[in-house]
Design a protein around this ligand. Structure first.
Ligand SMILES: Cc1ncc(COP(=O)(O)O)c(C=O)c1O
Length: 430
């Protein structure tokens, strides 16, 4: 059956996220039949380099034999048992391994399945933290312009809006909003807001170093240090949302490390299981966790938890993934390929008249196109051109995103940039 026929079957029963289903089939979707290393293969056997890591989750590539083995071994011990009130050995082992590497003091991990859920957990923990300590009034949050923390209502409230989500504005709870990263006053204003509103702030939430979904907007490590220090001085919790930046994306295991900050709450997801299974987590520092200790069934308990929290299959893959990141020296590859990508974009993409700016941090990069007027859908067209050349990408508006697997080779980077160059160049001037 052809790819087009599969796409029609798909459109008749599947509702795709962030996708207008009325034009779904017109945008030449790939229906993946199987995967191979860093490539996905459609129903007609065409291969595409997965240059967005399947929406930023695939770290080592698809079908990694070591991860497959870890999954199969765990399957033979049991796929899932509840963490509500009971434990599971593989989850204990994963948590011990994570505790050694996350930039959080004396961490405890509360597991969930998606990034948005990890953020919701962090918000509820931060809110209840102050209640449990009998400190009244610290009930609001500070988020940044352009932020994205997920689609559930709490996460959406802290996000900067956009992406067509303003329809939900009446449901979003009010928060304090610092400017966007691109605004040079951003961190001065944020720090002043923390000083002025500390009495009502439960926490500040930030995507450290790179705001992914707003098209790879970047900030400096020193600004994060200033923010963390303002939070610390004024008794406001700091939540780092590392759902996109975590697990090696920026060249260190976590972006917070690169900035030398240690948040009170850390949100993890996406690359946690190398792109194999849905798993996310909220890591809470010892000081935060301890505020929830008290008599059995008391009000100090965190009354929150998901059915698949700490899924054993996901935990087994996540644990093996951590070992492989170290054994394969993946972070070194990220740093080397990052420099190479930056050079390639400077040499081949930035000079194109259709390009406004390119940005790279680790293996996260955004290429802003410069359409001469609105409505030309250049992001969509450039991506379609790249897909036709065997490189799978998905734009955010008129920003083309490149986020290849962390094990990407030099050759793959060159061929990806070549395909992108040709697809952008053919946009013409109007
Ligand atoms: C920084 C950040 N936080 C949260 C999320 C939401 O994660 P999920 O889509 O797994 O709910 C995303 C997703 O892109 C993200 O980039």
């Amino acid at each position: 059956m052809s790819n087009d026929e599969w796409a029609k079957r798909d459109a008749s029963v599947v509702w795709h996220g962030f996708t207008q289903m009325d034009s779904y089939t017109e945008n030449s979707p790939i229906v993946v039949d199987r995967t191979d290393g860093r490539y996905v293969i459609d129903t007609e056997g065409r291969r595409y380099f997965d240059a967005i890591s399947s929406l930023w989750v695939t770290t080592l590539g698809h079908r990694v034999p070591e991860l497959d083995d870890a999954l199969i071994a765990q399957l033979q011990r049991g796929a899932h048992t509840t963490l509500l009130g009971n434990g599971n050995t593989i989850v204990v082992e994963l948590s011990e391994a994570l505790a050694k590497v996350v930039p959080v003091d004396e961490p405890h991990f509360l597991y969930a399945s998606d990034g948005a859920s990890a953020v919701e957990q962090a918000l509820k923990i931060a809110f209840q933290f102050w209640v449990n300590r009998d400190i009244a009034g610290k009930t609001t949050f500070l988020g940044f312009g352009g932020a994205y923390h997920g689609d559930t209502i709490g996460a959406l409230s802290l996000g900067g809006g956009g992406f067509g989500t303003s329809i939900f504005d009446p449901l979003r709870f009010p928060v304090l909003r610092a400017p966007e990263f691109a605004d040079p006053t951003c961190f001065n204003v944020a720090c002043r807001m923390i000083t002025d509103h500390a009495h009502e702030l439960a926490a500040v939430i930030i995507e450290p170093l790179v705001q992914g979904a707003s098209g790879m907007q970047m900030c400096a490590p020193e600004d994060l240090q200033r923010l963390a220090s303002a939070c610390n001085t004024h008794d406001v919790l700091l939540i780092c949302d590392e759902i996109a930046t975590g697990f090696g994306r920026t060249g260190t295991l976590f972006a917070s490390e690169l900035a030398g900050i240690r948040p009170d709450l850390l949100c993890l997801g996406k690359g946690m299981t190398a792109g194999y299974l849905p798993m996310s987590a909220t890591a809470a520092s010892g000081a935060v966790f301890n505020a929830f200790l008290g008599p059995d069934l008391s009000e100090k308990t965190l009354y929150h938890g998901h059915s698949y929290s700490g899924n054993a299959l996901a935990a087994a893959v996540a644990l093996r993934h951590l070992e492989l990141i170290e054994a394969w020296d993946v972070l070194e590859n990220v740093r080397e390929r990052s420099q190479e990508l930056e050079q390639l974009l400077d040499d081949r993409i930035a000079p194109l008249t259709q390009v406004r700016e390119t940005r790279v941090r680790g293996l996260m990069s955004g290429i802003d196109l410069a359409p001469p007027r609105d409505g030309l859908r250049w992001g969509r067209k450039a991506s379609a051109g790249a897909v036709a050349r065997g490189v799978l990408i998905r734009p955010i508006g008129d920003t083309v995103i490149l986020m290849p697997p962390l094990t990407v080779t030099s050759e793959e980077l060159h061929s990806t940039v070549r395909a992108l160059h040709d697809s952008i160049a053919e946009l013409g001037d109007a």
